[in-house]
Design a protein around this ligand. Structure first.
Ligand code: M6P
Ligand code: ZN
Length: 149
């Protein structure tokens, strides 16, 4: 299992208010989320699964959230299963069609192929969810970094 920790300094560009980001970074560098990834191989047909923990908090008017990404391999869908806490998964296709889906304990969220996805913790507790996706899906962050959701 691989652990990934994303602090505010790792995702400054993904927040709207750069003023607020810099103000917070002057004093501290909060952990926004952690991802625990299990990957058996990168082979087509194999699956990868992760547990993600998004901490509660806000940067200006925006809640703590994941960066959000498209899959490099456009044919790759993904499934989330809520474990604890409350939040929203934001889905968006390349034409800009958007959908917001609630995520909470025992709730399943389906992310169709070629939909970008970002998850936001709107609650006061940690938001924890499991995700399952093809091992060769890949992460493409650039469109979201540039244009947001
Ligand atoms: C989920 C999955 C992972 C992803 C993680 C954090 O666990 O979708 O593939 O890495 O969320 O999201 P992001 O990579 O967009 O920051
Ligand atoms: Zn994904």
């Amino acid at each position: 299992m691989k652990k990934l920790v994303r602090k505010l300094s790792d995702m400054k560009d993904f927040y709207k208010s750069q003023k607020e980001v810099l103000k917070i970074l002057e004093k501290r560098n909060p952990v926004i989320y952690e991802v625990y990834e299990t990957r058996h191989s990168d082979k087509n047909g194999d699956l990868c699964y992760t547990t993600t923990i998004i901490y509660p908090g806000k940067i200006g008017k925006e809640y703590f959230m994941t960066k959000g990404h498209f899959h490099k391999n456009k044919n790759s869908a993904e499934v989330y299963f809520g474990l604890s806490g409350r939040g929203k998964s934001l889905l968006m296709d390349k034409k800009g069609n958007k959908k917001t889906v609630e995520i909470k304990k025992d709730k399943i969220v389906y992310i169709p192929p070629d939909f970008a996805h970002r998850t936001v913790n709107t609650g006061k507790q940690k938001l924890r969810f499991l995700s399952v996706y093809p091992s060769d899906a890949g992460h493409d962050y650039e469109a979201i970094r540039k244009n947001g959701f």
